[in-house]
Design a protein around this ligand. Structure first.
Ligand code: SAM
Ligand code: SF4
Length: 492
């Protein structure tokens, strides 16, 4: 038995909220964001082109500028915005994509978010928390059979998955090493999606070596937030959540993943809320978000939240939201998850997406037991839209000239937070990482790819080697030396 009530009271540290608030107010001004949308109606095309030019110079946009982009309806101007979004992605991240898998470790939760199948009042869900042995088994499938190097681990908020459990499970994941064709399958970067934590707990996550710390605000709209997150729950505290990246920075975790759950409030408001969050992080700690996520609300088992049809984000609006976010925060990574269908992901990719998941399973324990669909036995949060394998996704990306990078060297060398931001803003990261992208892609192809995927990827590898020769002649010799060693079986 777990005493949840006293645990809940201890969880929120009011002093760790107050120290960042200004005059008792947080930095999201609902009125100002709403009026920005109204005040920037029917924007002048010349102004829009000036704003696009600012994005192309990799500068974060102002709220009014993003609001003007949101209001663009002219198809030609929209096409210009989309073209610029793709250009920014290539400038900052080159033709690279990063892949990862979600790993759900525990679905127990003390909160009662009205849209989520894990909420505490959902009695029909089967609650599961993986043992360390089960965590290892899931990881073995992910890094030994599928070939993932990056995970996002997901936890509900509950004493059974407290900070000790989080630290132990992440350490267990890093510990796994599985022999594969030539090298060893290992997870190299564990990102975390969890409830907001206090500074002390975040320090422990830092010690165990996490990558990005991801917490979605869900909705930046205060009144909507209060309506769907009951006040008697930890999650009912808007500011505890809003300032968790400030606390993360104090704890030494400097790759922040922010996000909004699209469909809870007006999508245009959420885009501006995410931008305001990026501004605040840049202002307060000098580092913007490492990634932005924009999940669209999915129907979930036995949830009372009946989505207002007017708030459902139509495909065309979602496309615009992604484009505006790309232009508004040009340096940030953008994650599009397998909640979306393969067709939607294909269509949105050219607008500047940098990270996608593949071979995903979101039932707790679903990788090791091989069950694709855990809706039936009630372990799963919602139904996935894109269930393609990592191999199939990589093949399709390669056919479009995109290289999947498995490189995690940057993080090991301390290229996180401000250092990586500076490299991204100046376009140096794109160039710098090309070499490691090719080497780690070669490793993956030799260790995991099907013959069809290996064949499709060969053309991309050759194209990249040629580009290195053209763009970085001074490094070709060293690179080719590493490349030959990789082909011969040496590993990162
Ligand atoms: N419990 C932690 C929290 O709430 O921050 C982390 C785990 S929670 C399962 C991860 C994310 O799932 C949430 O931040 C929310 O955005 C998303 N989510 C919850 N219900 C969803 C739904 N019905 N459709 C799509 N995404 C959902
Ligand atoms: Fe719990 Fe997170 Fe689901 Fe809310 S969204 S019920 S906090 S798991």
């Amino acid at each position: 038995p777990v005493k949840i009530d006293s645990w809940k009271q201890r969880k929120i540290r009011w002093d760790e909220i107050d120290r960042y608030m200004h005059g008792g107010r947080d930095f999201i001004d609902d009125g100002a964001l709403t009026s920005a949308i109204g005040a920037n109606r029917a924007p002048d095309p010349a102004r829009i082109r000036d704003i696009i030019a600012k994005s192309l110079a990799i500068e974060t946009l102002a709220i009014d500028e993003a609001a003007a982009l949101i209001n663009v309806t002219d198809p030609d101007l929209l096409a210009e915005m989309e073209a610029a979004a793709g250009q920014i992605k290539r400038h900052v991240y080159d033709n690279r994509i990063v892949t990862f898998a979600p790993l759900y470790l525990s679905n127990g939760c003390v909160n009662n978010c009205r849209y989520c199948g894990f909420r505490r009042e959902n009695r029909s869900i089967r609650r599961v928390t993986l043992s360390m042995e089960e965590v290892r088994r899931e990881t073995e499938v992910l890094c030994g059979r599928i070939g993932h190097k990056r995970l996002i681990v997901v936890y509900g908020e509950h004493p059974v998955s407290d900070i000790d459990y989080m630290v132990d499970s992440i350490a267990a994941i890093y510990d796994v090493s599985v022999p594969v064709r030539r090298g060893a399958g290992q997870i190299r970067r564990v990102n975390v999606n969890a409830a907001p934590l206090c500074i002390q707990d975040l320090e422990r996550l830092k010690t165990v070596g996490i990558g990005t710390f991801q917490v979605f605000q869900e909705t930046y709209h205060h009144a909507t937030y209060a309506r769907i997150h009951p006040a008697d729950t930890i999650k009912g505290n808007y500011q505890w959540r809003l300032y968790c990246m400030h606390r993360a920075f104090e704890a030494g975790v400097d790759d922040f993943g922010i996000g909004a759950l699209f469909g809870l409030a007006d999508w245009r408001f959420e885009v501006l809320g995410l931008l305001a969050h990026a501004h605040e992080l840049e202002r307060a700690v000098g580092i913007g978000p490492h990634t932005i996520s924009f999940p669209r609300l999915e129907p979930a088992e036995n949830t009372p939240f009946l989505q207002d049809a007017r708030l459902r984000v139509a495909d065309a609006d979602f496309r615009k939201a992604v484009t505006v976010l790309r232009l508004a925060v040009p340096y940030t990574g953008m994650i599009l998850t397998a909640r979306e269908s393969a067709d939607t992901r294909r269509a949105l990719m050219p607008l500047g997406i940098t990270q996608i998941d593949a071979s995903s399973r979101i039932g707790v324990g679903a990788y090791a037991d091989g069950t694709a669909d855990h809706v039936q036995d009630n372990r799963q949060q919602f139904v996935l839209g894109d269930t393609r394998s990592l191999d199939a996704v990589i093949r399709e990306l390669a056919q479009n000239g995109t290289i999947t990078s498995f490189c995690t060297a940057g993080y090991r060398c301390g290229r996180t937070g401000k250092r990586i931001m500076d490299l991204l803003r100046t376009g140096r990261e794109g160039r710098f990482c090309k070499l490691n992208a090719v080497l780690t892609f070669r490793e993956w192809l030799d260790d995991f790819a099907s013959p069809e995927t290996a064949a499709a990827a060969q053309a991309v590898i050759e194209q990249e080697i040629e580009a290195i020769g053209r763009e970085q002649p001074e490094r070709v010799e060293t690179f080719m030396n590493y490349y030959r060693r990789t082909v011969a079986g040496e590993r990162d």
